[in-house]
Design a protein around this ligand. Structure first.
Ligand SMILES: NC(=O)c1ccc[n+]([C@@H]2O[C@H](COP(=O)([O-])OP(=O)(O)OC[C@H]3O[C@@H](n4cnc5c(N)ncnc54)[C@H](OP(=O)(O)O)[C@@H]3O)[C@@H](O)[C@H]2O)c1
Length: 266
């Protein structure tokens, strides 16, 4: 299977290199194109760069479409020109806000489409992604998407109607967590802990707590209750969070980002 990487920026490189490391495909199966030759070269000497988008589309069995949303329809209109049979090409797009209907239209139905919502921790192999299948995509295509995205983190399949919600949760979520880490550290800074130590302790606290949730299989509320003793320090901190409507504000953040993703996609 020949993999065509279109757009060798941050996400395209991370996905391709993660999949190669995990053995989903090998570097000799990849044909890459980016208008900036240095971007292709940065993938490494064992990945073959081609001189034009048309060559990549012609040779590929699966295209990883990793360009900015505004560049997607231009690429897919070349697909419509060069490939006439959807049995011959799978297109997996990570562009935010570009719908399956948009992509099926731009490619004139000449490709099987999968729409993916990744997030930036994929850059370090800790991504959280969801994907939706287009009308012509098969169960084999879904397995390929699971393997590919699973090589850079966790992945789940959702109906396209829920992709905007995934954007509001895991797509935008890293920024919420960065803000939380910063705020935790600032609290300790206010109490006199040096900045560097405060940030390191705050960061590791979030990593450790997230791993406890992931590895114990317990609901977060169960884990929280276990560390919240009557009259203790943690309940005092939690009461202050409740006072600031922490949970309600977080829920509203996901809702607001979901609404914004819907707006951008319409
Ligand atoms: N980064 C994220 O957190 C994140 C999360 C979810 C989804 N996404 C999606 O991922 C996609 C890529 O994001 P990114 O952060 O990796 O962007 P990026 O680093 O800017 O990479 C995009 C690359 O595609 C190239 N390109 C543009 N038109 C092309 C064409 N016709 N053929 C081949 N290559 C072309 C760009 O070149 P030029 O610079 O010359 O234009 C650039 O090198 C976006 O659609 C974004 O919505 C990103």
């Amino acid at each position: 299977m020949i993999i065509g990487l279109v757009g060798c920026g941050k996400m395209g490189s991370a996905l391709t290199q993660g999949a190669i490391r995990a053995g989903v495909f090998s570097s000799s199966d990849v044909r890459a194109y980016d208008p900036v030759p240095a971007a292709v070269q940065s993938l490494g000497a064992d990945i073959q760069g081609l001189d034009s988008l048309d060559e990549v589309i012609s040779q590929a069995d699966a295209l990883l479409l990793c360009v900015k949303p505004g560049d997607v329809s231009g690429v897919l209109s070349r697909v419509a020109e060069l490939k006439t049979d959807p049995d011959k090409l799978l297109v997996l797009s990570i562009a935010a806000g570009v719908t399956i209907a948009d992509m099926e239209k731009s490619s004139a139905g000449c490709a099987r489409i999968i729409r993916v919502m990744p997030n930036t921790p994929a850059l370090i192999g800790e991504g959280a992604a969801a994907f939706s299948l287009g009308s012509k995509a098969t169960s084999d295509d879904a397995s390929f998407a699971n393997k590919l995205l699973g090589s850079v983190g966790m992945v789940t399949q959702v109906k396209e109607a829920l992709i905007d919600t995934v954007t509001g949760l895991s797509g935008s979520g890293p920024a919420y967590v960065y803000t939380f880490i910063e705020a935790l550290a600032d609290g300790a800074l206010l109490e006199g802990l040096p900045r560097e130590e405060a940030l390191a302790l705050a960061t590791q606290t979030v990593i450790g707590a997230a791993k406890m949730v992931a590895e114990s299989g317990e609901h977060p509320s169960v884990l929280r209750d276990r560390v919240t003793s009557p009259g203790g320090t943690t309940i005092a901190g939690l009461a202050a969070l409740e006072d600031g409507s922490f949970r309600s504000t977080t829920i509203k953040a996901v809702k607001a980002a979901t609404a914004r993703a819907r707006e951008l996609g319409s």
